[in-house]
Design a protein around this ligand. Sequence first.
Ligand code: BES
Ligand code: ZN
Length: 940
Amino acid sequence: MTKLLLNLRSSLKYLVRSHSSAQNRSFFWRRLSRPVSTYFLPLRHCGQTEKGRELFHSEFFVRKYNNLTTMPAKEPFQRLPSSVVPVNYDITLKPNLKAFTFEGSESISVKVTTATKTVTVNSADIEISSVKYVASGASSEVTGTVEFTKEKELVTFTFPEELAVGEGTLTVVFTGELNDKMKGFYRSKYTGPDGEDRYAAVTQFEASDARRSFPCWDEPALKATFDITLVVPKNRVALSNMPVISETDDSSDNNLKVVKYDKSPIMSTYLLAFCVGEYDYVEGTDSNGVKIRVYTPVGKKEQGQYALDVAVKTLPFYNDYFKIAYPLPKMDLIAIADFAAGAMENWGLVTYRETALLIDPKNSSSKAKQWVALVVGHELAHQWFGNLVTMEWWTHLWLNEGFASWIEYLCVDFCFPEFDIWTQFVNQDLGRALELDALHTSHPIEVPVGGPEEVDEIFDAISYSKGASVIRMLHNYIGDDDFRKGMNSYLTKYAYKNTFTEDLWAALEEASGKPVGEVMTTWTKQMGFPVIKASQTQNGNTRTVEISQEKFNADGKAKEGESTQWLVPISICTSESPDAPVKTILLDSKSQTVTLDNVKPESWVKLNAGSVGVYRVQYTTEMLDTLIPAIREQTLSPRDRLNVENDLFALARAGQASTVDVLKVALGYVTEDNFTVWQDLSANLSTVAIMLQYTDASDAYKQYAKDLFGPVAKKLGWEAKEGEGALTAMLRELVLLKMGRYGDPDTVQEATKRFEAHCNGKAKIPADLRATVYTTVLTNGNEDTYNKMLKLYDEADMQEEKVRISRLLGCTNDEKLIKRTLDFALSDKVRSQDTVFVVAGVTGTKLGRKLGWEFVKENWKQFHSRYQGGFLLSRLTKCMTENFVTEEMAKEVEDFFTANPAPAAERSIQQAVENVRLNAMWMQNESSKVSQFLLDRPSA
Ligand code: BES
Ligand code: ZN
């Protein structure tokens, strides 16, 4: 849960930058070139390329993939008919920021491919007053009738005569609402200069909400060019994807201006964006001459400087990596007050939550800076991977998100090597992927997707984190040179077009000469991943390692008929070569023997060197015993130290290792000094700690934790040392927080002292220590402390601080204060986008978990209508339920959602329930042994 919360929720030879060159212009205006007939067959993703067809029909795919699919088959979803397709949209929108409505009109140049009387497009919550069609060259227009199919978000225009094959223009006049649901064209609230409420009109179209702004072919493969015009108050900033080409007075209203934007390249509807509001900006130019601006709330432009610096480095980084120029003339990044996701990659106008973009040099934590860098790195990568080349259908969403979630690390590593960000990847993404994908209710990376709620559902850790993890494994398998080559040819070949997963494999296969498609299909089309079992024998200086694979299940129980095989790249390191693998093989069968020469009898051997592989390893006791000293002595790299404990915790949870043994191994990390290793270990321990809350060993566990975290907390102390670096600051924050939360008297005393000084203005707590101090005083304090925290919340100007405080409020142990926190979360003091996390903040304690779940049940209707079944609702249901520990609770959660269905959260609910059953299993099998161990332990 903690992990989930933290992440709410990532060679200049071929082409040099030349966005204005004739060569790139021709890409710009090129029309859709994939044959129209391919758009409408449901889920024909697998049959598109030669390789795809072969794999889809191969025995392997049919047998394994079909058997593994746990979701029931649904009625096939219909794509839009292909008889008429868009070529260019000329759209005018006039938002009314007071009445929360908008007027719109559009002239769409279309191609009629089959003569037809009807044109069906997507439309939702829009009223249409007229629709007309005129064929190219014709003198008169025809008027159509309008019929909505509301539940399918479709509108059908019917004309008296057939529209002939050829070109023509469809003109639609309509009105809509600037809604408050953070999707489509919506209103976002901010405070005006006199403290009054004001509203901006902004957009969030991915995945399927452009249709709430104007009737359109709202599918990623139906690309077109766009001419946008916005009619807005003269004193407002108005932005869209392209630069402004003209700004004139509105002839009908002296207070309005008419802003026209340059024609966009051929692009998908979900990438369009409009922002109308009051903003300041900082501006820079990258080394290739692209103008970059970061738009901030009025009066806060200096908070945009950090993101601007990142963007100025990032854009040329990708230019160089892909060897393709950034295709647009400008790049705007803008902070939006009300924003459902973290950020959105609209082409040339990337929108962000305030916390994902704004940094106050004095008041932002190292974590916040790191997060901003990752998010900027992620969204800017989409400008190529996703925007220039787009998935053909949402089934391939993972390609967009998995890739961006991988390359954001490459980019941050380039910009900020001091974050050692790849080690953090192992915890943030690989760890999360393995945790979720071990569940029977997981799903394959490539999953058949139909309508909008199913699309929302797959913005999950499988698409993002498993997607990123398999790409990292692949990158490592073929090497950076071939990877870049393949990327360039893929992006060049499919620029302004759409792709299937297999198209990327084909490009990388050609570049590397390795069987990329064959290997990757085992990872993307079947769910889960293997556990590699390893045993060894020694002969002289030769080590023989026997390895075998089977599917890893979180409950340790295989399902009948399920897959047990992947093509697994496995690298092995040893004491002789701890950082560079001594051997890398591709395991392509159930089991294999690997021989390692020049390995001394006393040497350790570790599989999954650098923790690059998407699998777990189960060693014999003998092999594991040699790794323990290597952890203590740090001859193993940080990523490998992390990997060893992480696999052990998972095996213990699955009943394949004893939790007591794992807790003993964990004590060996007492000398650990790496932030990420600590972060991972402490998250794993928290899972055990949550279950122990339901035993009589909860206090004994706290003592265990204090013994473990104490020495490093002591070593680091409270004062930052000059030049110590971000990772040390983050480690201090983590370990002192643990000590404080578990009630270490010295830590509580120091935190209380600092909190008082902070509140009465004597000494501000540095940003990196605020979460630590706040958590400590809240867990150990009283109503007075709580009220002081609320006061700090009210006074905070930065969203980062408000979010920090509000997410922590729930860690109090007092029933009355927990209830206050829950009510506060739904009050108008907390933005809808943050409510979920404030509510989830109470789930750290047994009492909070119980009260939180009751609260969600009582207010279910309100939550449901606030989030309209979006991904925030999935997150809420999961966080609020997954940490219960009994079969009764699993049943209760199931029953509740049977009576109150939430289609977009369906899979999350199943996963949460499975997790509860895993907890129940652990309680039954392990809790008394663990309690005994903890109660018997002599304290340090
Ligand atoms: N394309 C997504 C935004 C999105 C998410 C739109 C869900 C619609 C539904 C964007 O690129 C993204 O992935 N944003 C992440 C942040 C990123 C750094 C992992 C997010 O919003 O959490
Ligand atoms: Zn993304």
